[in-house]
Design a protein around this ligand. Structure first.
Ligand code: PLP
Length: 230
């Protein structure tokens, strides 16, 4: 069942790309496996999934140990500064950087390990109060400051769009994130690229792909509904 879901999501990404003349290779599907057991992750793995997204540090640590080595882990949730040290050498990309203080901690921990940590800036385009992320207006100043950190590399932007019934309602949000990334790219900050746009979830990833997403984060559409009561 998980493999069928995975194929369906992959096919929909392909169709969305064809609609706007994009190459499907430009879009990475992140299988968002939070709350799901390793047995289900392994089903996706056996169907070809190699990129997994999690939003809790402890879950990344546990699943990192349990899953094959060639899996790529992405931290997509809010990250507390005192927990950066546990995942800094386990994750390929941190999608959720939204403050100087968090970036400073990542800089310190990455320096200790002598690595350069790729990150995205999380932008709260919709300005929902319940969500993390900086506003559109604050983004460029944050990028500029972090661009000076030698062990942190900004690779692009991420947003979590609101939950909507009709995905079209989020099209404008995705356009705005894309536009912001193009604006920032044009400033040519040292050590900054805007090659990654992480946007689109189960309800709206096709629209996000049409608007330029290079990473979509799909959980429910692959693994089914989550049960947080467990
Ligand atoms: C849970 C989560 C997702 C996946 O959500 P679905 O609607 O289940 O696809 C994507 N991004 C983030 C940041 C999440 O926390």
């Amino acid at each position: 069942m998980i493999i069928d879901n995975l194929r369906e999501v992959e096919n929909k990404i392909k169709s969305a790309c064809e609609k706007v003349n994009r190459n499907a290779d430009e879009v990475t599907l992140i299988s968002v496996s939070k709350t799901k057991p390793v047995s289900m992750l392994m089903e996706a793995y056996n169907g070809g999934a190699r990129v997994f997204g999690e939003n809790k540090v402890q879950e990344i640590m546990d699943k990192f140990e349990a899953m094959p080595q060639n899996v790529e882990w992405h931290m997509i949730g809010h990250l507390q500064r005192n927990k950066v040290k546990y995942i800094i050498d386990k994750v390929k990309l941190i999608h959720s950087v939204d403050s100087i203080r968090l970036a400073q901690t990542i800089e310190q921990e990455a320096a200790k390990k002598d690595i350069i940590m790729p990150i995205l800036i999380e932008v709260n385009i919709a300005e929902e109060e319940s969500k993390f992320g900086v506003t559109e207006d604050e983004t460029e100043a944050l990028v500029q400051e972090i661009s000076n950190y030698p062990h942190v590399r900004i690779c692009g932007l991420m947003t979590i769009a609101p939950y909507v019934e009709n995905a079209e309602e989020n099209r404008d949000i995705f356009r705005r994130l894309k536009k912001l990334s193009v604006d920032i790219e044009s400033k040519n900050y040292n050590n900054v690229t805007m090659s990654v746009l992480s946007m689109g979830m189960t309800g709206d990833y096709e629209v996000a792909v049409q608007e330029g997403a290079t990473m979509v984060r799909v959980g429910t559409g692959i693994f089914g509904e989550r049960n947080y009561q467990i």
